[in-house]
Design a protein around this ligand. Structure first.
Ligand code: FES
Ligand code: FES
Length: 157
């Protein structure tokens, strides 16, 4: 089945099997391997991307469902000139990652949170990432990173 999907502001036309998942379209057909695939149970959240600006787990979405829609992946977080998103900077500064496997999903979820709530409480941050699993950090530095990014984005430059 032929679909046209916009990913990170670029249109792609692909002939896909109806059973193909969005996470595999992104990784295997489009080469966007920043979106990770960590489970077969829709639990880990490593595959989180935005579809029409709403976070979704890309392993729960069929590629054909993304036809005619707009998808943003972690590769689309950086600015046009290649500068890092503040969250990426804050995760690096605050040690918000170790192996990095969960990081793309964390970043996409946290970006959505800060776009909708620029000054979240720690409780709101923890709730927002409750669908993401990290096996390394104990979450503390992830919360610290998101709080750091929120503060930096609210500060006058
Ligand atoms: S790969 Fe999608 S939730 Fe784990
Ligand atoms: S940094 Fe390793 S799973 Fe989160």
């Amino acid at each position: 089945m032929e679909i046209t999907v916009t990913v990170n502001d670029r249109d792609y036309v692909r002939d896909v099997e109806p059973r193909l998942l969005l996470v595999h379209l992104l990784r295997d057909e489009l080469g966007l391997t920043g979106t990770h695939w960590g489970c077969d149970t829709s639990n880990c959240g490593a595959c989180t991307v935005w579809m029409d600006r709403v976070p979704v787990k890309a392993c729960t979405v069929l590629a054909v469902m993304a036809g005619g829609r707009s998808v943003r992946t972690v590769e689309g977080l950086e600015g046009g000139a290649g500068e890092l998103d503040q969250l990426q900077v804050s995760f690096a500064l605050c040690h918000g990652l170790q192996c990095g496997f969960c990081t793309p999903g964390m970043l996409m979820t946290a970006r959505w949170l800060l776009d909708h709530n620029p000054d979240p409480s720690d409780g709101e941050i923890r709730e927002s990432i409750s669908g993401q699993t990290c096996r390394c950090t104990g979450y503390e530095n992830i919360v610290r990173s998101i709080r750091h990014a929120a503060t930096a984005e609210r500060s006058p430059r």
